[in-house]
Design a protein around this ligand. Structure first.
Ligand SMILES: [Zn+2]
Ligand SMILES: [Zn+2]
Ligand SMILES: [Zn+2]
Length: 246
């Protein structure tokens, strides 16, 4: 079944409790230490052990180490834990692409504590709801499908949008990508897709065949030439036929 396409407005607020949890998490890591690969470094038996990013959110929300912070449903702090992790995951996906989440960010080779603290600080002060749609009480997840109107336009004038899907109910929406880092990521990803798109026979330069699906789907404009989607229609001599190519 084809999902309905919608564009929805997002309330411009950041949950103050989530922001506080993220700031407290940075404080915890600063004070007690940070580690990779596991929730806690239990070697020295401390009640406030060094922790990974998600482990430290657990320390803040539960008040002590628990075996599996993400599965600690019965704890009164679970709601705060889950809200903070979901928010952070949505923020990291926006900034670093679909494959990123709090675990992957923490465990990336070469990651430093300073980078983790910087992400917590930026995320806590970021208005994520202005960038990622909200549905069924949580952030929608970005889908792979990114639209860019014309690559020949200056960066700031391009309209860049991304599909999002509600993980609870399957509702879909397209939203304009406005965060500069996320825009760069989206346009780079779009260029990569255009690059590897398979063009129909007969052989042609990408962006030049109006019978080719890939040419129709992507913009191949360069500084020197316009692609078939954006070429100026100067065919006045052909009469005034209405309703040409969309
Ligand atoms: Zn939903
Ligand atoms: Zn083509
Ligand atoms: Zn074009």
């Amino acid at each position: 079944m084809q999902p309905t396409q919608n564009t929805i407005a997002i309330p411009a607020t950041t949950d103050p409790d989530v922001a506080q949890t993220l700031r407290d998490t940075a404080l915890y890591l600063n004070r007690h230490g940070w580690n990779q690969g596991e929730y806690y470094d239990a070697r020295n038996g401390l009640f406030t052990p060094p922790a990974c990013l998600v482990g430290a959110i657990g320390m803040v929300c539960y008040g002590g180490p628990v075996d599996a912070p993400a599965l600690n449903y019965d704890d009164p702090g679970f709601g705060a834990f889950e809200a903070a992790v979901r928010y952070l995951n949505a923020f990291l996906r926006l900034r670093h692409g679909l494959a990123m989440d709090a675990y992957a960010f923490n465990d990336t080779r070469g990651r430093t504590l300073d980078e983790v603290l910087a992400v917590l600080d930026t995320a806590a002060g970021f208005d994520l709801r202005a960038h990622v749609p909200w549905h069924c009480g949580r952030f929608m997840q970005p889908d792979i499908d990114v639209q860019v109107d014309c690559l020949a336009l200056p960066e700031a004038e391009r309209f860049v949008s991304a599909w999002h899907v509600c993980p609870e109910c399957g509702y879909t929406a397209t939203v304009e990508v406005t965060d500069p880092a996320a825009r760069k990521l989206a346009v780079d990803g779009y260029r990569d897709l255009a690059e590897i798109a398979v063009h129909d026979d007969p052989k042609h330069t990408p962006g030049t065949s109006d019978a080719c699906e890939a040419c129709d789907l992507y913009c191949y404009c360069t500084a020197e030439s316009a692609c078939i989607n954006h070429v100026e229609d100067d065919t006045d001599t052909a009469g005034t036929a209405m309703g040409g190519a969309e």
